[in-house]
Design a protein around this ligand. Structure first.
Ligand SMILES: NC(=O)c1ccc[n+]([C@@H]2O[C@H](COP(=O)([O-])OP(=O)(O)OC[C@H]3O[C@@H](n4cnc5c(N)ncnc54)[C@H](O)[C@@H]3O)[C@@H](O)[C@H]2O)c1
Length: 272
């Protein structure tokens, strides 16, 4: 990307685990666009992943924070402003995890303890993050907050399990908190509904390979890659999208607007 549309802008990026992560690609795209940021992830992810390589390559600092822990979030937000030398212009919430998916529990047989934990990590953490940013008045006017979601919030994808419910809740938080952030602070809040993508979180969903091929055949423009999602996020962090808020924005090559594609029709044997 050759446009420096984030020159001088500062923020926090949650969720870069490894080079496949959407947040990793977003960090790289934000750097290309001239922005700077603090990287953060859960303490366990910092031990398991490669975030320090990303930090070195982009000249960023890393602060550990469990996104379900409000004390961690408060410390992160205070420290990040100290490091960056100002309030924040952008925040990316790129966090998701379902214990039921990870441990292979079927949607008709959920472990509700795991459901609650997954909901806290994948959905409620977005409210916790925004409440902390709001109460600490940590966002600059015309700042932008983005979270990542998936179309299973609107339509049924059986293997997506309780993550579908978490995404529906996440998208609702974006609208509900976005109202107050807009009114009181002139900050926008949106979710990006991304194509299926081969990442650690993505691979946790059963049958992802087949599903990726299906989505590719359904989408007029083909599946959107993590890098393309990153570049779209940069546009939402920039001043070019100042009046876009409370939206769930589909970044999926057109998948969500298609009933059926000719490729899918052709792949079904009429005698079946
Ligand atoms: N991969 C896909 O197919 C796809 C499609 C649409 C939306 N998304 C969403 O994109 C976002 C990023 O996922 P990804 O696909 O890049 O996978 P990923 O596994 O690379 O990223 C998920 C991140 O969540 C972090 N995380 C988990 N628990 C946490 C906690 N308690 N505190 C802080 N961070 C925590 C992980 O450490 C990891 O970095 C998620 O919200 C995911 O649901 C993914």
């Amino acid at each position: 990307m050759s446009y420096k549309i984030l020159e001088g802008k500062k923020g926090i990026i949650f969720g870069a685990l490894d080079e496949n992560s959407i947040a990793w690609k977003t960090a790289e795209s934000v750097t290309e666009a001239g922005g700077s940021y603090v990287l953060t992830n859960a303490p366990v992810a910092l031990r398991m992943g490669n975030i320090n390589i990303l930090a070195e390559n982009t000249g960023s600092q890393v602060i550990a924070a469990d996104a379900t822990n409000t004390e961690d979030l408060e410390k992160l937000i205070v420290k990040s402003q100290e490091i960056l030398g100002s309030k924040l212009d952008f925040v990316l919430h790129s966090i998701g995890m379902s214990l039921n998916v990870r441990k292979g529990r079927h949607y008709t047989d959920l472990d509700y303890g795991w459901t609650t934990k997954g909901w806290d990590i994948s959905a409620l953490s977005f409210h916790k993050l925004m409440q902390c940013l709001y109460q600490k008045d940590a966002m600059n006017k015309w700042g932008s907050i983005v979270a990542l979601t998936y179309v299973a919030a609107q339509r049924t994808f059986p293997n997506y399990n309780d993550m579908a419910d978490n995404k529906a809740y996440l998208e609702s938080i974006a609208r509900s908190f976005g109202y107050f952030f807009g009114k009181d602070k002139k900050v926008r809040v949106n979710t990006i509904s991304q194509s299926p993508t081969l990442t650690t979180a993505g691979k946790g969903v059963a049958g992802l390979d087949g599903f990726l091929k299906y989505a590719e055949k359904m989408s007029p423009l083909g599946n959107a890659t993590a890098k393309e999602c990153a570049d779209y996020t940069v546009s939402l962090f920039s001043d070019l999208t100042r009046k876009v808020t409370l939206q769930n924005l589909f970044h999926d090559g057109g998948f969500s607007g298609v009933g059926v594609s000719q490729e899918i029709i052709d792949s079904i044997n009429p005698s079946d």
